[in-house]
Structures are given as C-alpha cells and as structure tokens.
Design a protein around this ligand. Structure first.
Ligand code: HEC
Length: 157
C-alpha cells in the first residue's frame, strides 16, 4: 500500500512537470494579447501578398494580410482606409516563407488622429509573437511617410 502510494505520487509529480513544461512552451508561441491582430489572422484576414522578398523590412521574405473589409478598397486603391483596418506583414527568413522571424502591423485610427504618418499606429513583434514596440514608432513612420499617396501603405495591388 505504502509502495503504491509513493509510486502514484511520483507519477503525479512527473505529470505536473510535463504539464508545466507544455504550458511554458505554449506561452512562448502564443500571440501577445496586445497585438493589433488576432492569432486567427491567417484565416480571418485576406492574404494580399503570398510570399515575396522585401527590400524594406530587413531584406526578408514577407507575407501580407489585411482585415477582410479592406481587401476590396486596397484592390481598388480607394483611400483612405477606414478606421480599424489592420495590415499585418509577417517576416520570414527563408524564400519558402515557412518560418516566422517577426511581425509588423499598422492599425488605422480615427480620421484626424494626427499620427506621424497618416492616422495609423505601428507595431513590431518578435518571432514568438511578443510585442516589441507599439504606437507612433519613428522607425516606421519615417519611411512610410513616403507612401502618402497610398494612405501611407507601401503594398500596391
Ligand atoms: C525603409 C523603409 C521602411 C521601414 C523603416 C518600415 N517599412 Fe513597413 N513597408 C515598407 C515598404 C516598402 C512596404 C511595402 C512592402 C515591402 O516592400 O515590404 C512596407 C509594408 C509594410 C506593411 C504592410 C502594409 C503596407 O504598408 O504595405 C506593414 C504592416 C508595415 N510595413 C509595417 C511597418 C512597421 C510596423 C514598421 C516599423 C517597425 C515599418 N513598417 C518600417 C517600408 C518600410
């Protein structure tokens, strides 16, 4: 009896450890709850760029998504985009776009919000989906200011 009890305690401890490790691993790959886009973006957003080399974002390969409502306006170049539009650019280090090296996002604010490059907020996330910067990020707005004619969006249809 005593022996059985010890064994089941050991087994429980081992199970608890495994559960703890699994949770820790799961957390690392979870998308930050402060991200401008949901973790279901691959199915909920429209994919507007499949997999192409981007000279601007660190010479990496990128896949670009936009909120579904903005897909037609984007195709028709009907600017400005409406409030709540989110563009997500997923960075990849390989030409097959199989891994994720980071994310870049821009979220449309209310008209007249007075952002540094149009009415947008900017966000960068690391490979694990954790936010590394949000808001009026000078590194982003400086370059995107050049795309004023397309509502500060660099990707054209
Ligand atoms: C050196 C210029 C440059 C900088 C700096 C830059 N971008 Fe971009 N960005 C571009 C260009 C050009 C595109 C169009 C697609 C491409 O070539 O990758 C783009 C595309 C994007 C897109 C997809 C929608 C769109 O505008 O085409 C997002 C989202 C984005 N950038 C976010 C960011 C964020 C966030 C930062 C700062 C962390 C940033 N960018 C910094 C030049 C830049």
């Amino acid at each position: 009896m005593a022996h059985t009890q010890r064994t089941s305690t050991e087994r429980l401890t081992r199970l608890a450890l495994i559960a703890l490790l699994a949770t820790a691993a799961g957390c690392a790959s979870e998308l930050d709850s402060n991200a401008y886009f949901p973790k279901t973006y691959t199915s909920d957003y429209a994919k507007i760029v499949k997999c192409e080399k981007s000279g601007a974002h660190g010479g990496k390969y990128v896949t670009t998504y936009v909120t579904k409502d903005a897909e037609t306006p984007w195709k028709n170049k009907s600017y400005p985009f409406s409030e709540g539009t989110v563009f997500v650019k997923v960075g990849h280090s390989d030409s097959a776009c199989s891994d994720i090296s980071g994310y870049f996002a821009m979220k449309k604010l209310a008209a007249g919000s007075g952002g540094k490059a149009g009415d947008w907020d900017w966000q960068s996330l690391d490979a694990d989906g954790q936010v590394t910067g949000s808001g009026q990020l000078g590194g982003c707005t400086g370059c995107h200011s050049g795309y004023k004619d397309n509502d500060f969006v660099g990707t054209l249809p």
